[in-house]
Design a protein around this ligand. Sequence first.
Ligand code: PHE
Length: 336
Amino acid sequence: MIDELRRLREEALDAFASARDVGELERLRVRYLGRKEGLVSGVLRRLGSLTPEERPSVGAAANRARKLLAEALQDRLSEVTAARPATERALDLTLPPRRKWRGTIHPVSQVIDDIWRIFQSLGFARARGPEVDTEWYNFVALNTPLDHPAADEQDTLYLAPGLLLRSHTSPVQIRTMERYPPPIRILAPGMVYRRDTYDATHTPAFAQIEGLVVDEGVTFVDFKATLAEFARRFWGPGTQVRFRPSFFPFTEPSAEVDVKRVIVREDGREEETDWIEIMGAGMVDPAVLDNVGYDSERYTGWAFGMGPARVAMLRHGVRDLRLFYENDMRFLGQFT
Ligand code: PHE
């Protein structure tokens, strides 16, 4: 048995020396030094079969072998871990992975981008205007006298007399038409501001997207067809569009545009949604064209204003608008 122990010791030392990593050394520890199945323990367990005279010396030899091997293993373990680069040494493979936070595009910006891509392919250009604007651009040029109730409805935040945070993106219509002659085909996304309470469906600052088309011979048919085409491309071919009569001072006639979408339920069946209002729109009022110096006898046009946060709520089934604006990464990080 002494010979057996000696062989075991040599074999184990060789194996330790050629082991290359922690995992291999751990397997060797179990093989030679494990309490239950280990080979050294195996020898100790057989001490009972020896004569009482032989037992102490074999037992002592086995314990020495165990101690020696444990030390050799520890030494080799230090060598193997020291040989690895520092970063790898600190690696604990049992920890859950830490994924790098790269950031995502805000869900409302994603909607704006998707809407933009559709109108871009229909020949629209992108336009922008200032968020701080004058009463002229925000109201008066848009055929909205300051004492008109529509000006109250969009009661905005004044920075100085006559100077305000725009309450809609429609001033971009005026600014664009002042600078460029027809034909006009623009999409103008941007932030707008109103004195609204902060609740599940209102925020005092929100995004809007304005669309404007002005040219010779533009009719209500172009208006309806373009918006229906947009809706089908955005929500799918089964989408229906409805134009409800409405009022805006800068369009005549005016409409609220509703969509009825087809959604695929979890069980695979298709279902029609209720009608949902997505935008205000209409044929550009001739008075607005006159205000920018266009010949309203020659040119006609149509326009719309849409809330992309509303669209994002529909898209993701989000019930509270405020979630989009509270900058909680646990929420925003889900829209990759
Ligand atoms: N500016 C209107 C609003 O904010 C929306 C609109 C835009 C309506 C263009 C008609 C045409 O309520």
